[in-house]
Unconditional design. Structure first.
Length: 492
């Protein structure tokens, strides 16, 4: 091949280096010419020079597994023979990439633009296979690269309580100090992430070789991320416990073993000082610092009724303890499940009234699945609750509810309607109409023409109250009716 060019504008005072490349390429395009870019220099400036390039040659071959099955869609590079038997190039050696390609579905490959000098073929480590060292090859020859399957290891990551940790990072690396070169043999690390059961599977390892196993938990603590490193690790089933290396780790549960993220946890030290400790959604708490001496942990759940509290017995711990367990004596509780709860009814309100103390009542919210839990009720009392009216007119009227350790079920049923008209004096605002007693509370506002509808009315006869105001005077009237009646109320 012959190329001709001229350089009319050159600084004559300084020597220069001439670099020859194929047109349209950049200095980083290592496969631009056979054997890569050619550099000549330093050279004088006046004169003519000829550079003869070798003819373009190719290396072809196949990548297969030990069983003869082709390995396709894998990256392959051609390097100059600078690798040593130990893997990395010798100190001071220049590592040049001559070309690269991706194997076809039948495992075949072809790399062109090579000279007659030998090259080393390096395959990126496929998933599940062992790292493959450089395979010597010469141009115009067919190379066969055989990959061997490696061992598999299962790494299970648990926290300080033995629960699986999802999303933990598992990294396996070789035990050598050579400088890493990304994508090159044999410097690849093995990476995995634990699933919901806390398990990560790593494949493509030498069963007899020792590795470094490192595990990180994604959650951040006050002192940093929890990490564990195991040197001289061999591929095998391994259980790793992650958590803070210092401080105290604990968990708050109730008497049924359920986590209590709403608990207030306090740490009391030997010098008499006390500080709160945060609790996560799983009921875990962490005192992330070294403490001299003993630490006493306490936990409590506050409720709104007359200072009733759920309290855990104090637990004494030392720095480094990772399984402190605080058990809260659960206060008297009512747990309700409403059968027939309509889909799409979001967070309906309910009022709980004491049958023994008329002045005692609580307002709570029912979740979208029809469940309601109320903790910290006085013992020995019964309660009544009205829920509704819902969007479709259904209601639930519960009477004689007592605190029990189990879930109590009640049915949501369709209520009746009371329709009517309110006659309001001139220059009075629109009337408010309600069914109101100690438990049941249903209210609505009449239209400008005085019409109203009360929905979700339970069976029985109820007192209907209507009122309207003009700013100076409030007119009121009462009557009685039952579901299905149509009434007329006149305000005076």
């Amino acid at each position: 091949m012959r190329y001709e060019t001229a350089f009319p504008y050159v600084d004559r005072k300084n020597a220069a280096t001439l670099e020859i490349m194929r047109a349209g390429t950049s200095p980083r395009a290592c496969d631009a010419l056979p054997l890569g870019p050619i550099r000549l220099g330093p050279i004088p400036f006046e004169g003519e020079y000829e550079v003869w390039l070798p003819e373009e040659r190719v290396v072809e071959g196949r990548v297969v597994a030990e069983s003869g099955e082709p390995v396709g869609n894998e990256r392959l590079w051609a390097w100059n023979p600078a690798w040593t038997p130990d893997g990395p190039p010798a100190r001071g050696a220049t590592l040049t990439q001559y070309g690269s390609t991706t194997t076809a579905s039948d495992g075949s490959f072809r790399i062109g633009r090579l000279g007659s000098d030998p090259v080393d073929l390096v395959v990126e480590q496929p998933e599940g296979y062992l790292p493959t060292g450089p395979v010597p090859a010469r141009a115009e020859t067919r190379a066969r690269i055989v990959l061997r399957r490696g061992a598999r290891a299962v790494v299970r990551v648990h926290d300080a309580f033995g629960d699986p940790v999802e999303g933990a990072i598992v990294l396996v690396s070789r035990l050598h100090n050579a400088k890493r070169q990304r994508g090159s043999w044999p410097f690849r690390d093995w990476f995995g992430t634990t699933n919901a059961s806390g398990t990560a599977r790593i494949s493509g390892l030498e069963s007899a070789e020792k590795y470094r196993l490192r595990v990180w938990e994604r959650r951040w603590y006050w002192g940093g991320r929890a990490a564990v490193t195991i040197d001289s690790w061999r591929p095998a089933g391994t259980v790793v416990r992650v958590g803070p290396a210092h401080g105290v780790v604990g968990k708050v549960v109730d008497s049924r073993g359920e986590p209590r993220p709403d608990a207030n946890v306090y740490a009391k030290f030997e010098d008499g000082t006390e500080e709160p400790v945060g609790v996560d959604r799983a009921g875990r708490f962490l005192l992330y610092r070294d403490v001299a001496g003993l630490v006493e942990f306490t936990a409590a759940i506050d409720v709104a009724i007359r200072g009733v509290r759920g309290v855990a017995a104090p637990v004494v711990a030392r720095t480094g303890d990772r399984a402190v367990r605080l058990v809260i004596d659960r206060p008297p509780t009512i747990e309700l499940r409403l059968r027939g709860w309509p889909l799409g009814e979001y967070f309906a309100g309910a009022t709980l009234s004491s049958d023994d103390d008329p002045s005692l009542s609580l307002k709570r919210t029912i979740d979208i699945y029809g469940y309601l839990t109320i903790e910290g009720l006085p013992k020995g009392q019964t309660w009544s609750m009205y829920i509704g009216p819902l969007k479709d007119g259904r209601f639930a009227l519960l009477r004689g509810i007592a605190t029990k350790p189990t879930v109590q079920e009640f049915k949501v049923q369709l209520g009746g309607e009371i329709r009517g008209v309110v006659v309001v004096p001139p220059r009075y605002a629109r009337a408010q109409v309600s069914v109101h007693d100690r438990v049941v509370k249903i209210a609505t506002v009449a239209t400008r023409r005085g019409r109203f509808v009360l929905r979700g009315v339970p069976p029985g006869r109820w007192t209907i109250t209507a009122s309207a105001s003009n700013g100076d005077h409030t007119a009121r009237a009462t009557t009685s009716a039952q579901a299905g009646d149509s009434i007329r109320i006149e305000l005076r």
